[in-house]
Design a protein around this ligand. Structure first.
Ligand code: SF4
Ligand code: MSK
Length: 638
């Protein structure tokens, strides 16, 4: 059957487009088909004015003022929108924080000597963390330090401490501001549970009060659960250092057993990487006629491994179905978050086995292998074996791997960045002061099929570097920019003269890969370190955040904690708040007076780039640095 090629509207990437065409030829449904089938999507939900928080409802408020203006309980648009947003933040923060707790539990078990396949790989970081948390590491064995640190971190999740310890990393101005506002997070679980309580019918009916708690809830993620995840992952799996890698569906190798690691948590995927080197399993792969075992990454589990070990990436969020369509993937191993339930449907059209591993994230149609850190390596081997055996069922005639990979660099932890700068933020600060680097922007977050895949990430990043703005990326944005060739030192050629000079002097790309979604905390830590170095608040720095293609509740939590930490953030996809002009006004204007930063929504990345440039120049002006006036900047590249 002939199929029309409108795939340029769906993705900017050739490998993705080839596989979308294949899906159409073979009648295999993808995320884009399902998005089309959902049209028109519910206008009430899109505006955030529908509520099903109780059984008197579901209710909706008519945004045109003609129908009902209140739900059955009397909640108006402001309350409904704020409650919905609060719950969205809590869901996102819970996802990150539960990931953090999973890492912490295995860390505690490792400290107790109960795991296999895990080590304390960064003892320096362990000791530094211990000191930061008031634990004297002197004369103690690493495991003893880890035991004490684990106990102390576990207390952060409840109400024992009443204040998150990582908040000590903030400049004092921010600490005071949060305290004065009453949004200093008190406990990771506590803030999330309280948000669910507040948004139950008949509890918090003041939208401003609800949204302020939304900020506190998100901060329990950024400066709590996610930060625990990042820091302990570094201790257990190694703090990332610059490493070369590659990206694209071309990272699949037709002659090898191909196993994709997908999701977010590195706990199992790290041991799978060890297991894939097991001589017995390699010999088994040879027996089946494969040359070797080729592991590739998807989404943030992939990012975690790429950051630390240079694992090749096959793609970001919207590639998860398309990688299956190559017919060359033997196993997809999933943990949790951002894994579409549809992967098992697409896998069924080929020989691919989907292996779920987290008891909290099972998938109909997948084979479940329950992760148990006590038998980590053994389970890792079991999973790799399943991949090798699936290779035997592969039909070589159905293999279609789009050719070519793009080289990229990963591994820019805060430690790596400061290391490249000689151990202090001073050279970066001097480059900013001199105007060689105008500022920095964190471009983070997902893909969303409502946006041509990677268009927002890449367009924005290009405009930023052309205008001497350093770009920090995580999550799906890192994959997008890697594919666009922006994450190699050679990409400095595409940067403005100032940024180019700095990147060439340091041998770094103008777009730095700082990790997975939980690793947005690395950006917070870097921002706090810069602010402390300068003796200013984070909100005074020439920084911005952007999530041009976000889709997930986690991204909403990230956006909220970035803004609450003092960094202005531009969203490329409209959040479900526009049914309440009051909520919009608060988030897009009022917050600036409250936390020194606000949200903007701008779907056009060219216009978003201009917004960010103007914001960064205004912050430079505030610091008394050389700056461009708004009229000197236009929507096109300089
Ligand atoms: Fe309707 Fe109020 Fe119940 Fe929501 S909480 S469903 S607005 S009655
Ligand atoms: S994987 S949260 S789609 S960035 Fe972290 Fe990508 Fe967004 Fe998932």
């Amino acid at each position: 059957m002939a199929t029309t090629d409108n795939t340029r509207q769906l993705s900017i990437n050739n490998d993705a487009r080839a596989m979308i065409m294949r899906a159409r030829e073979e009648g295999i449904e993808t995320v884009w088909d399902r998005l089309a089938a959902q049209q028109p999507q519910c206008g009430y939900c899109a505006l955030g004015v529908s509520c099903r928080n109780c059984a008197m409802g579901p209710c909706r408020v008519d945004p045109f003022g003609e129908g009902p203006q209140k739900g059955v309980c009397g909640a108006d648009a402001d309350i409904i929108v704020a409650r919905n947003l609060g719950r969205t933040i809590a869901a996102g923060a819970s996802a990150h924080s539960d990931h953090g707790r999973d890492i912490l539990e295995v860390f505690a078990e490792l400290a107790a000597g109960e795991t296999t396949g895990y080590e304390l790989r960064d003892e320096t970081k362990l000791r530094n963390l211990a000191e930061e948390w008031g634990i004297d590491p002197e004369g103690k064995e690493p495991r003893e330090i880890a035991r004490e640190l684990a106990t102390s971190m576990m207390e952060e999740f409840g109400i024992v401490k009443g204040r998150l310890s990582f908040a000590d990393r903030l400049p004092e101005q921010r600490t005071k501001l949060w305290n004065d506002l009453g949004i200093t997070p008190r406990g990771i679980d506590r803030e999330n549970v309280e948000m669910l309580h507040r948004t139950h019918m008949g509890v918090d009916n003041d939208y401003v009060n609800t949204l302020l708690h939304g900020l506190r809830t998100s901060l329990s993620d950024g400066w709590g659960g996610s930060m625990v995840a990042t820091e302990l992952s570094d201790v257990m799996f190694g703090t990332p250092m610059p490493v070369r890698s590659k990206v694209n569906l071309g990272a699949l190798r037709p002659e090898c057993v191909n196993i994709a690691l997908h999701g977010h948590n590195p706990l199992l995927s790290d041991v799978i990487m060890q297991a894939a080197e097991d001589p017995e399993l390699v010999a088994l792969a040879h027996e089946y006629g494969a040359e070797s075992i080729n592991l590739v990454g998807l989404c943030c589990t992939g990012n975690e491994l790429q950051m630390r070990k240079g694992l090749p990436m096959v793609g970001n969020h919207l590639m998860q179905e398309l990688v299956l369509l190559t017919g060359a993937l033997d196993a997809m191993v999933v943990d949790y978050q951002c894994i579409m339930p549809s992967v098992t449907d697409v896998a069924k059209c080929f020989h691919t086995v989907v292996i779920s591993t987290a008891d909290k994230a099972k998938f109909t149609g997948a084979t479940h292998v329950s992760f148990d850190p006590h038998r980590g390596l053994e389970i890792g081997k079991q999973i790799v074996r399943m991949g090798v055996e699936a290779y035997d069922n592969r039909n070589p005639e159905r293999v279609r791997i789009p050719e070519g990979t793009v080289e990229m660099m990963a591994g820019f932890s805060v430690e790596a960045i400061l290391g490249a700068l000689g151990g202090t933020p001073e050279p970066l600060v001097e480059a900013i002061k001199a105007g060689k680097i105008r500022g920095a922007v964190a471009i983070v977050g997902c893909n969303n099929p409502k946006v041509p895949q990677d268009f927002g990430h890449v367009t924005l990043a290009k405009r930023m570097i052309e205008n001497d703005i350093l770009v920090l990326v995580t999550g799906c944005s890192a994959v997008a920019n890697g594919k666009a060739g922006l994450m190699l030192p050679e990409a400095a050629e595409m940067a403005g003269p100032g940024l180019r000079e700095i990147c060439q002097a340091l041998g770094i790309p103008p777009v730095l890969h700082m990790g997975s979604c939980v690793d947005n905390t690395r950006i917070l830590v870097l921002a706090a370190a810069l602010a402390r170095f300068l003796g200013v608040d984070i909100s005074q720095l020439p920084l911005a955040g952007a999530a041009p293609e976000w889709y997930s509740e986690k991204a909403v939590s990230i956006g909220a904690y970035v803004v609450a930490s003092g960094i202005e953030t531009v969203l490329g996809v409209q959040p479900a708040i526009f049914g309440s002009p009051n909520v919009v006004k608060l988030l897009a204007e009022g917050l600036d007076d409250v936390v020194g930063a606000k949200f903007a929504v701008e779907p056009d990345p060219e216009k978003a780039a201009l917004l960010i440039r103007r914001h960064i120049e205004a912050k430079r002006k505030g610091l008394g640095l050389s700056c461009l006036e708004p009229e000197e900047m236009t929507a096109q590249a300089a």
